[in-house]
Design a binder for this molecule. Structure first.
Ligand code: NAD
Ligand code: DAU
Length: 343
């Protein structure tokens, strides 16, 4: 049996990935190492947590001895652990540097020292900075990260290449686009829009809502990650993009259409500082391994909205806690000065 060390497995993508791997690979055991920050939630894995081949270790990737102790006996590593929200990195990026840069280093160093066979590190399309459809980013292009979050992720990503070159560590870097799907913390745009719409609360769209993001369904991402874990070329990076790009205003309108709610719930609010207008990657390197997304934009949005409608207890519990203080800081003044939607 293969023993997989997963860092950050209690968050959005990590929990979907653990569930996916345990379903697709019955011989794989998983050690989920997670600090359970505000974004980590044991409820995300309630359906697999009783299985004998699943274990949970409460720990912080910034704590090097704890990482090494939990990784002992594992033959592969997947690192999702991160502070992941761009808006929070604009408020204060110190935890981002600690987890996304130092934490990534600690995971790589433990894997090297323990002789782990393979590491899959989860980076992001944001390391490239803005790009366009006519000028998409390829894996060897220069990094031009612009937000504090993206810079902290670029540090972790580049450290992977240093470990491959310097120590011969067998490491692959995945650079996924914007994911959408079940269990995403409702600070992110799509779950925020969906859950606010269900409650007849305003949907705060930044600026004019014209920024473009790909909408990669999380299960398509998990399929790509498992493929890279098993067949990725060591020392290489791979872009993961579904080509489901839409401007944010279209996403807000799609959410409202699916819930049969009026567009007047949309409020245009002060833009994100340094807001990247568009990310666009070329994902032919991954597609050459046989990967294709199975969810187009409409299917991804339908599945996602349906899940949030059917799991109100999950997100209502989150939104009634510390989230309220964050929401007030992030949106209180913005909504007070917002501009209404006009068709
Ligand atoms: P998330 O915020 O939902 O989950 C992050 C998880 O990491 C949580 O379980 C949290 O408790 C854990 N964590 C945070 N700090 C930790 C620490 N110091 N030690 C151990 N665990 C810690 O994030 P996500 O959206 O699931 O993103 C997962 C990874 O994928 C991140 O590395 C992110 O940068 C990357 N990524 C995300 C997206 C996206 O659209 N969500 C797209 C591309 C890349
Ligand atoms: O592209 C990959 C990245 O996708 C990941 O690396 C990040 O971890 C992940 O959080 C996500 O970053 P984004 O900044 O793209 O996601 P977010 O959901 O915060 O924002 C998506 C778009 O919606 C972005 O253009 C900003 C806009 N937005 C966001 C929020 C929270 C709004 O218009 N209103 C909002 O309230």
């Amino acid at each position: 049996m293969r023993r997989l060390f997963v860092a950050g497995g209690a968050g959005f993508i990590g929990s979907n990935f653990i569930r996916y791997v345990m379903r697709e690979r019955p011989d794989v055991a998983v050690v989920n190492f997670d600090a359970l920050t505000y974004a980590g939630n044991p409820a995300n894995l309630a359906d697999v947590s009783d299985e004998a081949r699943y274990s949970f270790v409460h720990g912080n990737v910034a704590d090097a001895p704890a990482v090494a102790a939990a990784m002992e006996g594992c033959d592969a590593v997947v690192n999702f652990a991160a502070e992941s929200h761009v808006d929070r990195s604009i408020e204060d990026a110190s935890d981002f540097m600690e987890t996304n840069a130092r934490g990534a280093y600690n995971v790589l160093a433990a894997a090297r020292d323990l002789g782990v066979e393979f590491v899959l590190h989860i980076s992001t399309d944001e390391v490239y900075g803005p790009a366009t459809k006519d000028n998409p980013r390829h894996e060897n292009d220069a990094f031009k990260p612009r937000s504090p979050y993206a810079v902290s992720k670029a540090a972790g990503d580049m450290m992977c290449h240093a470990f491959a070159e310097t120590y011969g560590l067998q490491v692959v870097v995945a650079r996924p686009a914007n994911n959408v799907g079940p269990y995403q913390y409702p600070e992110k745009a799509i779950p925020l829009f969906v859950t606010n719409a269900i409650e007849n609360e305003p949907l705060p769209v930044y600026g004019e809502g014209l920024q473009l993001r790909d909408r990669l369904y999380v299960e398509d991402n998990c399929r790509a990650l498992l493929l890279l874990l098993e067949r990725g070329d060591k020392g290489e990076a791979y872009n993961i993009q579904a080509d489901n790009h839409r401007p944010n205003i279209d996403v807000a309108r799609t959410v409202l259409d699916l819930l049969d709610k009026p567009y007047t719930l949309i409020q245009f609010v002060e833009d994100r500082a340094g807001h990247d207008p568009c990310y666009w990657m070329d994902s032919s390197k991954l597609r050459a391994l046989g990967w294709e997304p199975q969810f187009d934009f409409d299917a991804a949005m339908q599945e996602t909205v349906r899940w949030y409608v059917e799991h109100k207890d999950w997100w209502r519990q989150i939104k009634s806690g510390d989230f309220r203080a964050y929401y007030e800081r992030q949106y209180g003044d913005r909504l007070a000065a917002s501009r209404p939607y006009a068709s």
